[in-house]
Ligand binder design. Structure first.
Ligand SMILES: Nc1ncnc2c1ncn2[C@@H]1O[C@H](COP(=O)(O)OP(=O)(O)O)[C@@H](O)[C@H]1O
Ligand SMILES: [Mg+2]
Length: 367
């Protein structure tokens, strides 16, 4: 019967070397009855997993997989040993030494050897491709929604202007009318209500329009100033719910429209405030910071609020995705942030732990 050494010797050929040089990780495991153990890893595998080859050998092979994929892989190995056909290649999640998660595409074969059950797996890191794919899908959804929204906003805006105008006229005309006081009061209430509603429509429409607005005048600006003015606007709302900490390091200038960038930070600050229930400002924190990482300008808004489970985090940047009641959220805030930041050549990302708060990070290129 083949031995493990025979199998390993077979990996010395030029074909496997060429695969390694194409970035394919090669790993051989042996299961002597107590779970698969790594006995060989090429340089690419070491680079992908982040562990030195010796450390790889010291840990159960399945420990490198994200929890959800361990049982899936075990099941596939079981099927393969029973001679069944298993799908290949498959994408599975791994955890690098740094704790960072990644996605690899793996194809493997199971080989019975004298010592137990061996397997040879070839894999490559497809995390970037995955992330790119989901960014493209988001950009695509945004473009579609953006086009539709801009058209709708335009259509709504004209009639809305005369609705508001006439409501104002009626309000002033009411002052001149004499009649039973309670009847006039009722009319006044009704009018005030109608105006509130119309104002709200106006603010939604103006959000929608910002999807299509051509880029405004840009200049070299100091992000700290923009952050401070957003903090001025949102500050009171935040302080009702949390301590507000500003850690604004000096940064190189960025080239942007001050008002649009201000909108980004304001949206993030309002979301942070809304994630925290009012009533315990001493026990909550909203922290806004700026720094330069030597490459890009980083603005971070962190809160100790409700956080997001992964299912919500995945959709947070989608246009019209909101978990807030009508009148509080439109679900446009983050999609507008995303649009503005990417139009500046930057990136926006979010990290969150359900129940423990969120961090939103905006990366901007220096001017
Ligand atoms: N700081 C935050 N903490 C927790 N959840 C957040 C935070 N920011 C955004 N979210 C989630 O993302 C969703 C979308 O946000 P956004 O696009 O700003 O729309 P809106 O605030 O109008 O709901 C929110 O409804 C909320 O569920
Ligand atoms: Mg919002």
């Amino acid at each position: 019967m083949t031995t493990l050494d025979d199998l390993l010797a077979g990996l010395d050929g030029p074909v496997v070397a060429a695969l390694g040089r194409s970035g394919y990780g090669v790993v051989v495991t042996i299961d002597r009855g107590d779970g698969p153990q790594i006995v060989h890893a090429n340089d690419a595998a070491v680079a992908i997993l982040g562990y030195a080859a010796a450390d790889l050998a010291a840990r159960p092979a399945l420990d490198h997989l994200v929890q959800d994929d361990r049982t899936r892989v075990e099941e596939m190995v079981r099927l393969a040993r029973a001679g069944e056909v298993v799908p290949s290649p498959i994408e599975i999640g791994i955890v690098r030494k740094s704790g960072e998660r990644a996605v690899v595409e793996v194809g493997a074969t199971v080989v019975p050897v004298a010592e137990g059950t061996a397997s040879v797996a070839f894999f490559r890191d497809v995390s970037e491709r995955r992330a790119l794919r989901s960014r493209l899908a988001l950009a695509d959804r945004m473009a579609t929604v953006g086009t539709v929204a801009a058209g709708v906003a335009h259509e709504i805006n004209n009639p809305l202007t005369y609705v508001l105008l006439n409501l104002d006229r009626m309000a002033s005309a009411l002052d001149a009318i004499t009649g039973p006081p309670h009847a006039v009061d009722r009319l006044r209430d009704a009018l005030a209500h109608a105006r509130d509603g119309a104002q709200r429509v106006r603010s939604i429409v103006s959000d929608l329009r910002s999807f299509s607005r051509a880029s405004e005048d840009t200049a070299d600006i100091d992000v700290r100033r923009v952050v401070r003015s957003a903090v001025n606007i949102a500050g009171n709302t935040i302080r009702e719910r949390a301590r507000l900490v500003e850690a604004l390091d000096e940064t190189p200038p960025v080239r942007a429209s001050e008002s649009r960038l201000g909108q980004v930070f304001l949206n993030l600050l309002v979301n942070a405030a809304q994630a925290i229930a009012p009533g315990a400002p001493d026990r909550n924190l909203v922290r806004v910071s700026t720094r330069f990482d030597g490459h890009r300008i980083v603005v971070e808004v962190a809160d100790s609020g409700c956080g997001m489970p992964p299912a919500i985090l995945r959709r947070a940047f989608d246009p019209f995705f909101t978990t807030k009641p009508i009148g509080v959220g439109t679900g446009l805030g983050l999609s507008i942030c995303h649009k503005i930041v990417t139009s500046l050549g930057g990136e926006i990302e979010a990290e969150s732990r359900d129940g423990a708060g969120s961090v939103f990070r905006v990366y901007l290129p220096r001017a």
